[in-house]
Design a protein around this ligand. Structure first.
Ligand code: ADP
Ligand code: ASP
Ligand code: MG
Length: 421
């Protein structure tokens, strides 16, 4: 059997038939080099955004099951069209949705995790010389229910398939030619990274650098899948390699800056300061599959013996969280619940900040000297995140990028920009 290469193409890369033809040529080129090729595609252009918009126009709180039924259709359009385009170039090709392959997920709607992938059918089709085109972002439960993996999840489909098939490489083709020190749409002179470690990439992705879905990096690390981010518009460029071990000595303390505008801050005020209140609060959210990111608990006030707990969650979970919090409020005998959607999380990431003092203070001073107020702070060994007002997000990214010497002075190439929905 030949080497298996998994290629993934995002929405911008398959936005219209011209671009699908371009993708078909990239796929066929890989096949003609003697490799077996498995392709994963996203929905065309802004299709998923349009589908979400329609759902919320009809129902402010659509059920997860119906959302998944709807959103999974976008990728089904792309696989059939791309397969036709490959066949038109004279190659054998076949498209499969997740149910046809057997991409099994847990029984959770709109953010399911992959549990298992059946490979028999894929291997049989590859051995018949076919190029296989698979719908990203979707899965199927044991009971035959359709699920999706969360926005941006096609990256994870591709890496998981690469892991299951023991592929030689997984190439994520997108509209930028690699991973940059920050979003090149925010800082056009950001520097392209030739390589970045799984750990740093994982933190960057979690911090909002949506060039890779965080779980795709997790999966690549777990299954040792060599992962590359490259441009579908400039295939001569080898892009950025996500690798196991970075340089032993790291010169720059900060490898990248990211901003995340998808979070919302919730404060539960005046919670009686007794053991178990945080467990009740976060346990109730966890039971409904709501992930919490930053958390701050205030000191207990002496007279009332109560404290406040502030935390952030993803905006998409807010309707569900509101209902849960109302009942938790009753249970805990807590005070007001305050919700703020006008926030952004700004993070600096770098393995080089370990044991290097002064990085956090430089970040805080930079934000202060730009009159940017910090509302919450969280840290990991290789990341410092600050919650700030949304309108300050781009200014914060630009100034931090400059202060930590990440600028290349050369404008990055960002292709295929689509009009906003
Ligand atoms: P696709 O549709 O191909 O999955 P995405 O829009 O999900 O593409 O991801 C690519 C986009 O990620 C880029 O256009 C860029 O604006 C954004 N991005 C954010 N942070 C970074 C970063 N650090 N490096 C490169 N791109 C980034
Ligand atoms: N189409 C899905 C989305 O827009 C999945 C993906 O593109 O990765 O989120
Ligand atoms: Mg993406």
């Amino acid at each position: 059997m030949s080497n298996i290469i998994v290629q993934k193409f995002g929405g911008t890369s398959v936005a219209d038939t011209q671009r699908i033809k371009n993708v078909a040529r990239i796929v066929v080129n890989e096949k003609e080099q003697g490799n077996d090729v498995v392709v994963v595609v996203s929905a065309m252009g802004h299709t998923t955004d349009y589908l979400v918009k329609m759902a919320y126009e009809l129902n402010p709180n659509p059920s997860g099951r119906e959302l998944d039924m709807l959103l999974s259709t976008g990728e089904c359009v792309s696989i059939a069209l791309l397969t036709m385009a490959i066949q038109a170039l004279g190659h054998k090709a076949v498209s499969f949705n997740a149910a046809q392959v057997g991409i099994f997920t847990e029984n959770v709607h709109t953010k399911a995790r992959i549990i298992d992938i059946k490979t028999d059918k894929l291997k049989k089709n590859l051995s018949e010389g076919k190029i296989i085109v698979i719908a990203g972002f979707q899965g199927i439960t044991e009971d035959g229910e359709i699920t999706t993996l969360g926005r941006g999840g096609s990256d994870t489909s591709a890496v998981a398939l690469a892991g299951a098939l023991n592929a030689q490489r997984c190439d994520i083709y997108t509209d930028v030619d690699g991973v940059y020190t920050t979003d090149p749409r925010v800082v056009p002179t950001a520097s392209k990274l030739d390589s970045v470690s799984y750990e740093e990439m994982l933190e960057l992705a979690h911090a909002g650098a949506n060039v890779l879905h965080p779980r795709s990096v997790e999966t690549a690390k777990q299954y040792c899948v060599p992962l590359r981010v490259r441009s579908s518009f400039k295939t001569s460029d080898m892009g950025t390699l996500i690798i196991g071990v970075e340089n032993m000595e790291i010169n720059k303390p900060v490898a990248g800056v990211a901003s995340d505008l998808s979070q919302v801050r919730i404060v539960v005020c005046d919670i009686p300061d007794t053991p178990g209140e945080a467990a009740t609060l976060f346990g109730s959210l966890a039971k409904e599959n709501i992930s919490v990111d930053m958390i701050i608990q205030s000191y207990a006030r002496k007279i009332s013996n109560t404290n406040d707990i502030a935390f952030t969650i993803n905006k998409t979970d807010l309707p569900k969280a509101k209902t849960i919090l109302e009942s938790v409020k009753e249970k805990l005998n807590a005070g007001d619940i305050k919700i703020d959607e006008n926030i952004a999380k700004i993070s600096i990431i770098g393995a080089g900040m370990i044991d290097r003092p002064g990085i956090a203070s430089t970040m805080f001073e930079t934000l202060a000297s730009n009159s940017i107020n910090i509302r919450m702070i969280s840290t990991s060994e290789i990341k410092i995140s600050c919650l700030i007002d949304k309108q300050d997000a781009n200014k914060a990214v630009k100034t931090l990028h400059e202060v930590f010497n990440l600028d290349s002075g050369i404008e990055a190439e960002v292709n295929g920009t689509l009009p906003d929905v």
